[in-house]
Design a protein around this ligand. Structure first.
Ligand SMILES: [Zn+2]
Length: 299
């Protein structure tokens, strides 16, 4: 009953291998047109009126009613058009509106840009294992580190003193480690030239993550990032470098084109996915269980 009062979810039949949706013209198909697998689970019951069971269902959260609801409340409606009243700081970026990508979009689609209530959507791509669990041995010096509440998850869980390795660090913990801990942790442990190479990488991430970006500083960083990476290459074995290290070369450029990272990074979505994980009640139908709980909460 609660579900019927709230925002709609559309259930669309899907191929169990993820090839296609049984939608529009394909709605009555009984076999996947790509892999040939059946839509319905086999049954011995020959009664045609009997309910058939599907292998896979995609639950689609229709976007339009959700956007309408955001404009339905004066508080959220105000947030939705915040960019229209934003004053751009000279030479600095503190809102996605200031960044090159937003302005490029406005130049390309002037009619769309004229109406402040029009919504620009970003795409967040992440996967998660809804039933996964994490149990790690707890030991080591990292246990002694204390951070403000909510700043970082318990780092001590990631230390394995037997193997002397850091395990299972979530991306946010890696971020804190690189940005805040590397300069302190290795200060007296490694030779000066190794420490300064590490320090430069740490500083790179600190500058990239400022809430207000100085365009001139980011441009300087873009010019010097190759040198920073070369200094690292002088210290570490070539096997250490693969595509992830190479990505550092593009981060400052991306920062300048996009906006301050806090509007684009994955952490809010990762936390949200964790909350979703906690909602699993029925372990046979994990996704359905999460969606039902989520919809009830939202309504
Ligand atoms: Zn298929």
């Amino acid at each position: 009953m609660v579900r019927d009062l709230g925002l709609p979810i559309e259930k669309i039949h899907a191929c169990k291998n993820g090839c296609m949706l049984y939608w529009k013209d394909d709605i009555d198909m009984e076999y996947c047109k790509f892999c040939g697998d059946p839509t319905y689970k086999p049954t011995r019951d020959r009664n045609p009126l009997r309910k058939k069971f599907l292998y896979a269902i995609l639950r689609y959260f229709s976007l339009t009613p959700r956007l309408q609801r955001l404009y339905g409340s004066p508080t959220t409606a105000e947030h939705m058009i915040l960019h229209a009243n934003h004053v751009m700081g000279k030479g600095s970026i503190c809102h996605p509106f200031d960044a090159e990508v937003w302005r490029h979009f406005d130049r390309t689609h002037p009619n769309f840009a004229l109406e402040p209530r029009n919504v620009r959507l970003g795409l967040c791509r992440d996967g998660f294992a809804p039933t996964g669990s994490m149990k790690r041995k707890i030991s080591g010096w990292v246990k002694c580190l204390r951070f403000p509440n909510g700043y970082v998850s318990n780092l001590a869980r990631c230390v394995n003193m037997t193997e002397l390795r850091l395990h299972g660090m979530k991306s946010h913990v890696c971020h804190i480690f690189m940005q805040k801990l590397i300069p302190i942790a290795f200060r007296d442990m490694v030779p000066e030239h190794v420490w300064s190479a590490l320090m430069e990488v740490s500083l790179l991430f600190q500058i990239l993550c400022f809430t207000t970006l100085d365009v001139r500083k980011v441009q300087e960083l873009e010019d010097s990032v190759a040198v920073i990476m070369c200094n690292l290459e002088k210290v570490f074995h070539p096997a250490f470098f693969y595509s992830m290290e190479h990505l550092n070369l593009h981060l400052s450029n991306e920062d300048r084109l996009g906006d301050p990272v806090q509007y684009r990074w994955m952490y809010p979505f990762e936390r949200f996915l964790r909350e979703l994980k906690k909602k699993v009640k029925n372990k046979i139908h994990v996704e359905a269980s999460i969606i039902e709980a989520y919809i009830v909460e939202k309504n």
